[in-house]
Design a protein around this ligand. Sequence first.
Ligand code: AHR
Length: 675
Amino acid sequence: MSICVSRIFSRSKRAVVGLFLVICIPAALWSQAAGPVEIQIRADQTIAPVSPELYGLMTEEINHSYDGGLYAELIRNRNFKEDPNQPLYWDLVQEGGGTGSMTLDSSQPLNQAIPASLKLTITAAGKKGAVGVANEGFWGIPAKADTSYSATIYAKVSPDFAGPLTLAIVGENPATPVATATIPEIASAWQRYEVTLTTGASAVAGPNRFVISASHPGTIWLGMVSLFPPTYANRANGNRQDIMQLLADMKPAFLRFPGGNYLEGNTAQTRFDWKETIGDISGRPGHMDDAWKYWSSDGMGLLEFLEWCEDLHMQPVLAVYAGYSLHGDHFAPGPDLQPYVNDALDEIEYVTGDAGTRWGAERAKDGHPAPFALKYVEIGNEDEFDPHVGDYEGRFAQFFDAIRAKYPELKLIATAPVTTRAADLIDEHYYRRSADEMAAHANDYDTRRRTAQKVFVGEWATRVGGPTPNMDAGLADAAWLTGLERNSDLVVMVSYAPLFVNVNDGAFQWQPDLIGYDANSSYGSPTYYVQKMFAVNHGDTIIPISAHNVPSKEWQPFSPDRGSRGAPPIRQPMVEQIPMMFFDATRDSKTGTIYVKIVNRDERPEPLHFAIDGASSIEPGGQMIVLSAANPDDTNSISDPTKIVPVTSSVDGLSGDFTITVPAYSVTILEIRSQ
Ligand code: AHR
């Protein structure tokens, strides 16, 4: 006996093509159906176009995503502001009989943004001595082979100090630094100095420190210290090459920034206040990221987000602060909210205005004369959590009216349902507590009514594995993505969250996360490879696929998901039968190639019998890309970064009627070349 779960849409475009997806599952508890899974594909029918902007990225400062992550700065607490009472992450170095002291000095500030400098007093240098300050970086300073690191310091000295300053990357043995550079003389007024430190032929894994030292008595004040490795696309103040390459390989269509909770802050004071994040880095005050409980240098500021988009050819999805912060700061619609609406208008002008506008001129001054293309603006973040009932409706309306009046071409995204204005998209978030729960929801959008309002699934994840998802999560995430791709006439954009995690102990607040790293290297999780496979391999039209005889298991659902800030899970009394396999099919209308996505969460390999109708010819030779694991608990990690990666192979014997077998615990993309 089998149960057929039909997805038929009488009021939608799908009714024209009839059955969209049928999954027929045996009614046993966890059952292996007799015979292969039967797959039927209609190559000549089109359900809807695949959204060209479907796969993108979501980002915010969480888990040391930027400081200690993508943003390539290597010095932690570079402007000494993280704690007004002590120079966190800085140590005094006294070697070879040298003596001295180190303290914060608020009487000698570099500028208004950096109200205290780091004062190094050298009392005795000793014969072969050196006294200095050492920064430990973000869990170490990397030292790659044959690499030039660019150091910038703001410094001044007392009149009695003479002699050079030495800058060095130092490993375990201070006597043999990994790389050094010298500044021959320092003036008695604040000045900027820039030098290059070049490493030798071997990488030094560390833990390394960055040391600034001298061998003469006197006083040195440091106003700011910065150290950068070579960056992606050689951007000044830019991003780590390895992590950017992982992202580039995903071919993301958009970047949603700057959050997330990071946008809102716990208070209005600690929101992402974009005007404080632009201009030279020595003038950026930084702020406490109290949503995730660590300091943000704001080196990754508004312009850097936009340049990140530019480097990876992504659409910016600009989220603007909408007058609501996590711990209750809230500005009611009306005059109290207006300053924030004005701030958003200024922000859009900074992004899109030409150099003749007030904020476009500011952007040009910051080094980017050309305006950025902008299509999407998101108003707030997860505003369904605003306890003031009905309040978002009014806040959204005030932002909507002001932005629409000045920028009628922009598409505006709501973060909670609104009724008085027609939001172009609504941002929906889904964090699922188990792989079964995510898989059980994989077909949710099949039955969603189509309206003019499109859906942006701006945050989603199966919360299994850590710090990055394991294969169990990866399989459920792939199942979920089949449902999103199949419904991409409605769900036009999707982004997993969070994107990044620094995997060091104490560095992260949330798991799992898509991409992991430490100071030296980075890796993609199984879900990273799932998204990359999906994003890179799809056609431009959704075509009908049905599956019969699909293995299934019993599952007891949770109460409806309330997102990441929701109530603890409660099991529902009823039991559901959920499929163990998931499918979708798209076709490239120019080349005729059919991309079939097959997710097998089952512990057994599954034979699949395909019947393809409506193709005038099918080439026998095709391609299979397979991501699989021996065990669902298997994962990638910093020490085993490529345990689970996709493997591409050729397949033969394809036609309108063929059988292939997919491995246990696998995600497969089958490319069938057809006309
Ligand atoms: O992705 C982590 C957090 O989850 C985001 O900051 C927030 O939008 C959501 O609640």
